[in-house]
Design a protein around this ligand. Structure first.
Ligand code: UDP
Length: 382
């Protein structure tokens, strides 16, 4: 290792920070325990030619022009409109909840204004500011749609009742009184033509960035560093001294099939007695490609155990209390900044990850110029 600045993790956070520092003439060493870059956004083409989102569906979407321009510098982003279907109670519906879902579900032919009025009557208006996931659902879609689309799926995805989860998880999904069925509201939505991994490789492709894969960083290497950017799990940095933070992990059962198996990229299974949460048919993420074969992922969610890949931070009361202890420890530490989904223990989309990494890098550069110490967090993880 020649660089004295160590960046742990070669996902979007680590790669973007390394690149910004390199552009400013500063060398970094990026090290990742896995054998590939791009973290959970990693993609791989299977022998049937299908580009597979190895750790599950990743659709790039953002409202931030700066982030959009940034990612476009490193790869060919093909406009892509994500549409999801949901199976519930033996019927297939359009998702997120939109006018089609409402009319399908209630067997009606309502106009937007009629549907809005209808939903206002069904929604629970006694709920002020929703705190739990269930409150959020009852307030915005009412009990029938909540039970059909969210209750069972959420129980399977998170392993706890929606009454124990924060409203923010559901607030990710829109509710619309039109037939617009795009999964996201953002103006920029795309999938990289060659997958995410070549994009992250291109970000890292700079003479001042040294990348080592398939190896963990030794404590002495961290101690010797001038500064560490840590995008691994925050509890891992502190040897889990306040206990392990809870994560959900995913198991994918991969099958090779032929033809068009389900006719859409993602089908959610909302009934609690179906053991999986969703089925992904990867070739539909690249509608500009033609493949006879089809790679299918059937997705199961469970609590992460030792050695499992962390996907979703659980962030319930118990974990938030632990997180506060780690934040306190981080505030005492010097020479380390925690970044990204695992480093700050938040449910982050790729665009937010890139935006924050750019901010972290800029702050580091300005503090360095002024000889000021770098804070452990640039955003508040709570
Ligand atoms: N969700 C649900 N039913 C669905 C889709 C989503 O209950 O059919 C809930 C579930 O709790 C999920 C959350 O909404 O964790 C956010 O969904 P999103 O599609 O954003 O999840 P991701 O793709 O990030 O796993």
């Amino acid at each position: 290792m020649t660089a004295r600045i160590v960046i742990v993790g070669a996902g979007f956070s680590g790669a973007v920070i390394a690149r910004e520092l390199a552009e400013a003439g500063i060398a970094t060493w990026v090290v990742d325990g896995r054998s590939h870059v791009a973290g959970n956004a990693h993609t791989e083409r299977r022998t049937n030619g299908v580009m597979v989102h190895v750790y599950g569906p990743h659709i790039f979407h953002t409202g931030d022009k700066h982030v959009w321009d940034y990612i476009n510098k490193y790869g060919d982003m093909v406009p892509y409109n994500h549409r999801v279907k949901a199976t519930s109670g033996g019927h297939v519906y359009s998702l997120p909840v939109n006018l089609h879902t409402i009319n399908q579900f209630f067997d009606t032919t309502m106009s937007p204004a009629e549907a809005e009025q209808f939903m206002t009557e069904r929604a629970d208006s006694s709920i002020g500011t929703p705190v739990s996931f269930e409150d959020q659902a009852l307030k915005f879609v009412g009990r029938d749609l909540y039970e059909a689309f969210f209750k069972g799926y959420t129980q399977k995805q998170w392993g706890v009742s929606p009454t124990e989860l924060p409203a923010s998880i559901l607030a990710r999904l829109p509710v619309r009184f039109s037939y617009e069925d795009s999964y996201f509201n953002h103006p920029y939505q795309a999938i990289p033509r060659d997958g995410y991994t070549p994009i992250v490789e291109a970000i890292l492709d700079h003479p001042l960035i040294e990348v080592t894969l398939g190896r963990t960083v030794a404590p002495q290497e961290l101690a010797d560093a001038e500064h560490v950017f840590w995008s691994g799990p925050i509890d891992g940095f502190f040897s889990s001294k306040f206990g392990k933070l809870g994560y959900r992990t995913l198991d994918f059962v991969e099958t090779e099939e032929v033809g068009d198996v389900q006719g859409c990229p993602v089908m959610n299974y909302c009934d609690v007695d179906v053991p999986y949460t969703r089925i992904t048919e990867h070739k539909h993420f690249a509608p500009w490609e033609t493949h006879e074969g089809s790679t299918i992922y059937t997705e199961y969610s469970r609590l992460a155990e030792d050695g499992d890949i962390a996907y979703y931070p659980i962030r319930q009361v118990k974990e938030k209390e632990q997180l506060m202890q780690y934040i306190e420890a981080a505030n005492q530490a010097t020479g380390v900044t925690f970044v990204g989904r695992l480093g700050t223990y938040r449910y982050l989309d790729m665009d937010v990850t890139i935006k924050e990494a750019l901010e972290v890098a800029n702050l580091y550069l300005s503090n360095r110029r002024e000889n000021r110490p770098m804070p452990p967090f640039v955003v508040n993880p709570l």
